[in-house]
Structure formats: structure tokens, C-alpha cells
Design a binder for this molecule. Structure first.
Ligand SMILES: Nc1ncnc2c1ncn2[C@@H]1O[C@H](COP(=O)(O)OP(=O)(O)OP(=O)(O)O)[C@@H](O)[C@H]1O
Ligand SMILES: [Mg+2]
Length: 244
């Protein structure tokens, strides 16, 4: 597969929680193999709804979602894992009372084999998790918990990993650590679609980005261009001038 192959295509998707009340109103997003793509936008723009609609957790009223050229529109979430999709939710993304290792094993529940090998690969990627393997996830720092959540999603060897606000609630130092982790995951060959409020830090590690507002993408560009675009800060994210 070449670099430009499309992993995910969201085509004119309308979706929402109540029939007749669309939150997404014809959204279009494309993610190519090996990319990190970030979706930005104000609170309530529909960012989490977009991710959940792709993951089969919010009803889709119209349009099409394709993963690796396969139509997955409205497919139930548990069937999407074997198509190569993994999703880390915005909140409650680890089991607090289980240890790090138990959390990772839970992530592999759909696997029939290769769990021990995949555990070792995950520990090789995140050595901190190996060190903390016997610790309850609830006792870890926010950054470490986010690492557990990534690791858990990676246990199924996804093609596309979707992250909903991975840096939410973290200190600036931990934000840097989490985004370094995101890059590391991408460098193992996993394509990434993430949603972020932290526009600057998110775009700095991204290839491309979208600004979502009122249920539709308002802008799409290369990440470096979005960082310099004054419209992005002013119109959509409430800050004057560009983001740099
Ligand atoms: N479970 C739900 N039931 C009904 N409406 C919902 C539900 N979750 C979200 N909404 C509504 O959908 C709209 C978009 O919410 P969404 O959570 O997708 O926004 P967001 O861009 O992720 O915002 P945030 O930055 O606050 O996470 C909002 O108007 C919200 O009130
Ligand atoms: Mg959200």
C-alpha cells in the first residue's frame, strides 16, 4: 500500500442522537495511510460525535463511512475491531481497578492468539507500562493512564487509531509526553485520527487538520498551513492571530 492510500473516508455524513436532529450535517473527512490527522473545533462542534459515528456508537442518518475501501456505515462497534479500527474515548478509557497488564489483556479480548507477543510489543513501545504492569490503572498519573488507554487500543493491531482529546486535563509537560506517544504509535505504522482542543500542540505533530464547526468541516489544510492561518485562531478557536 502506498503512502497516499486512503484509510478512512467520511463522505457527507449526517449523524446524531435523536432522529431528525442531526449534529453532524454533511461532514467530509479523509485520512491517508501513515498520516496523523487532527480535527479541531469549538466545544459542542460535534468532534466527539464524529468519532463516535465512525466507531458505530452514534446513529448515522445519511452519507457513507469507508474504512480501507469497505463500507462500514452504521456497523456495530464490536464488528469494527476486526476491520482494523480502534478507538480511545474522551473519558473513562481505562478500568481503574484492574492492573495495567489486565487492562492491556482486556484490549485483546477479540484476539484468538498472539496476545503474549502483542503484550511484549506494547511494552517495548511504552517501557513505562512494563514497569507499571502490576499497578492498578486508577493509581497512575493522567499521562500514564492515557498511555494505558493507547496501549489497550493497540493490542488489536489496528490500522486506524482514533483518539478523542488525548491531552484533555493534562499539565503542559504531560501534554508533550502524550503527543510524543501519539507520534511513536504512528511511527509503528498505525494511521491516526484525533480530535483535540489543544490546537497548537495537536497540529505540531499532525500532517493535516480539519476545523469542524456546526457539524461540518469549515476548513481543511496541511497542519503547518493551519498553524499559520489567522482565520483558524480567530473564527473557530477564540484566539487572535495564527496559532504560532
Ligand atoms: N449523548 C448525547 N445525547 C444527545 N446530545 C448529545 C449527546 N452527546 C453530545 N450531544 C450534543 O451534540 C453536540 C455535539 O457534541 P460533541 O460532544 O460531539 O461536541 P465536541 O465537539 O466533542 O465538544 P467538546 O469539545 O466539548 O468535547 C452538542 O450540542 C451536544 O450537546
Ligand atoms: Mg468532545
Amino acid at each position: 500500500m502506498s503512502q497516499n492510500d486512503i484509510v478512512l473516508r467520511v463522505d457527507n455524513v449526517e449523524a446524531g442522537y435523536t432522529p431528525g436532529v442531526p449534529i453532524l450535517r454533511g461532514a467530509n473527512i479523509e485520512v491517508r495511510s501513515g498520516e496523523i490527522v487532527t480535527v479541531l473545533g469549538p466545544n459542542g462542534a460535534g468532534k466527539s460525535t464524529l468519532i463516535k459515528a465512525i466507531a458505530g456508537l452514534v446513529p448515522i442518518f445519511g452519507g457513507k463511512v469507508s474504512l480501507l475501501d469497505k463500507d462500514i456505515t452504521g456497523r456495530p462497534p464490536h464488528t469494527l475491531v476486526r476491520e482494523g479500527l480502534a478507538y480511545v474515548p474522551q473519558v473513562n478509557n481505562v478500568f481503574h481497578r484492574l492492573t495495567v497488564e489486565e487492562n492491556l489483556e482486556m484490549g485483546a479480548f477479540t484476539r484468538k492468539s498472539g496476545i503474549a507477543r502483542r503484550l511484549e510489543e506494547t511494552y517495548a513501545l511504552f517501557p513505562d507500562l512494563a514497569r507499571l504492569r502490576k499497578h492498578p490503572a486508577g493509581k497512575l498519573s493522567g499521562g500514564q493512564r492515557q498511555m494505558v488507554a493507547f496501549g489497550r487500543a493497540l493490542m488489536v493491531e489496528p490500522r486506524l487509531l482514533m483518539l478523542d482529546e488525548p491531552s484533555a486535563g493534562l499539565s503542559p509537560k504531560l501534554v508533550g509526553m502524550v503527543f510524543d506517544n501519539v507520534k511513536q504509535v504512528r511511527d509503528t505504522g498505525v494511521t491516526i485520527l484525533m480530535v483535540e482542543q489543544n490546537a497548537k500542540a495537536g497540529l505540531l505533530i499532525s500532517d493535516r487538520g480539519y476545523v469542524l464547526a456546526e457539524g461540518k468541516e469549515q476548513l481543511e489544510d496541511r497542519a503547518d498551513a493551519l498553524l499559520k492561518n489567522p482565520e483558524v485562531g480567530e473564527l473557530y478557536l477564540g484566539s487572535k492571530g495564527g496559532l504560532l
